[in-house]
Design a protein around this ligand. Structure first.
Ligand SMILES: NC(=O)c1ccc[n+]([C@@H]2O[C@H](COP(=O)([O-])OP(=O)(O)OC[C@H]3O[C@@H](n4cnc5c(N)ncnc54)[C@H](OP(=O)(O)O)[C@@H]3O)[C@@H](O)[C@H]2O)c1
Length: 275
C-alpha cells in the first residue's frame, strides 16, 4: 500500500477541522490576525464586527487562503441584547460555535471628569457585558462537548488602575479576573480558557482611543498585531491561563502588585498624560 506523504497537507487532518471559531472584532487589527491563526489550523470561522464590507473581505480572503468556511455577520455588539441576536443569527444559518474569541473592544482616553457618558458606558457594554453575554451563551455547549473554549482579549491595562483612562483599565481588569476564574472552573473538563494581555500593538486602537498623544505612546515600539495574535493562539491551544505579550510588558505587569499603590497610580497617571 502506498504510504501517504508526510508533507501532503491534504492528507493530514488539521487541529481545528470540524470546529468553528467565532471571532469578535474581526474587521481589522488583532481580530483579523487571530481569525487567521484559527483558519490556518483548519477552523471554520464566524466573523463579527460593525463594518460589513471589511468583514466580508476578511472572510473571503481567509476562506480562500486556508480552505475553510467563513461567515461574516455585521452587528454592533455594544447594543443591548446583541450577543443573543448574534447567537440567533448563527443558529438560523445552521452554524455552531466551538471556540469563542472575545476580541472586540475599544478605549477612550482622558479624565473621567467631562467624559462623554456614552463612551464610558459603551466600553462597559462592549468590553465587559457583550463578552460575558457571549461566553454565557456558548459555555454550556463547550462543557457538554468537553472541547473548545474561550480566548478573551484583555490588555496589560488589566494589571493596575488607569487614571486618565479609568473605565478602560477597569474593564480589562474585569476581563482578566473573569477569564482566570473560568479557567479554574473549566480545569480538567477539556475546555480551554486563555486571557491574552497585549501591550501597545499596531492597530486602529490608539487612534480611536485618542491615546496617540500620551507619554505612554512615546515609550517603546508597539508590537505587530500578527505576532500578538500568534501568541494568543498558542496560549489558547496550550490552555495557558494568561498570556502577556513581550518581555517588557510581562515584567511590568508582574511588578505592578509589588509597587506601593500611590507610586503605581502616579506612574500610570504620568504615562497617560499628554506628551
Ligand atoms: N492595540 C493595542 O494597543 C491594544 C492593547 C491591548 C489590548 N488591546 C485590545 O485588543 C482588542 C482588539 O483591538 P485592536 O487593537 O485590534 O483595535 P482595533 O483595530 O480598533 O479593532 C477593534 C475591533 O473591534 C471591533 N469593534 C469595535 N466596536 C465594536 C462594536 N460596538 N461592535 C462590534 N465590534 C466592534 C472593530 O470593528 P468595527 O469598528 O468594524 O465594529 C474592530 O474589528 C481590543 O479588545 C483592545 O482593547 C489592544
Amino acid at each position: 500500500m502506498p504510504r501517504l506523504q508526510s508533507g501532503n497537507i491534504m492528507a493530514r487532518k488539521r487541529k481545528g477541522e470540524g470546529q468553528t471559531a467565532l471571532v469578535t472584532g474581526a474587521s481589522m487589527g488583532i481580530g483579523v490576525d487571530l481569525a487567521e491563526c484559527f483558519a490556518k489550523d483548519g477552523y471554520d470561522l464566524i466573523l463579527t464586527a460593525r463594518s460589513e464590507s471589511a468583514l466580508k473581505d476578511v472572510a473571503a480572503k481567509l476562506a480562500g487562503k486556508y480552505n475553510v468556511k467563513a461567515a461574516a455577520i455585521a452587528l454592533d455588539l455594544g447594543a443591548t441584547g446583541a450577543g443573543h441576536r448574534l447567537a440567533e443569527e448563527i443558529r438560523s444559518r445552521g452554524l455552531s460555535v466551538d471556540v469563542l474569541v472575545n476580541n472586540a473592544g475599544f478605549g477612550v482616553a482622558g479624565a473621567f471628569d467631562g467624559a462623554d457618558e456614552t463612551g464610558q458606558l459603551g466600553m462597559i457594554d462592549l468590553n465587559v457585558r457583550a463578552l460575558v453575554e457571549l461566553t454565557h451563551i456558548y459555555w454550556p455547549s463547550m462543557l457538554a462537548k468537553k472541547r473548545g473554549g474561550v480566548l478573551n482579549v484583555a490588555s496589560t491595562a488589566a494589571f493596575q488602575p488607569g487614571p486618565l483612562m479609568a473605565v478602560y483599565y477597569a474593564s480589562k481588569a474585569f476581563v482578566l479576573s473573569f477569564s482566570e476564574a473560568l479557567w479554574k472552573e473549566a480545569e480538567k473538563t477539556g475546555v480551554h480558557v486563555s486571557c491574552l494581555c497585549p501591550g501597545p500593538t499596531v492597530s486602529q486602537f490608539r487612534e480611536r482611543a485618542g491615546t496617540g498623544k500620551t507619554k505612554l505612546s512615546r515609550v517603546g515600539t508597539p508590537m505587530s498585531s500578527a505576532g500578538v495574535a500568534r501568541m494568543g493562539y498558542r496560549a489558547f491551544q496550550g490552555n495557558r491561563r494568561v498570556m502577556i505579550t513581550g518581555a517588557r510588558n510581562k515584567i511590568l505587569a508582574r511588578l505592578a502588585p509589588f509597587l506601593p499603590r500611590k507610586t503605581l497610580l502616579s506612574t500610570v497617571y504620568n504615562l497617560q498624560s499628554p506628551a
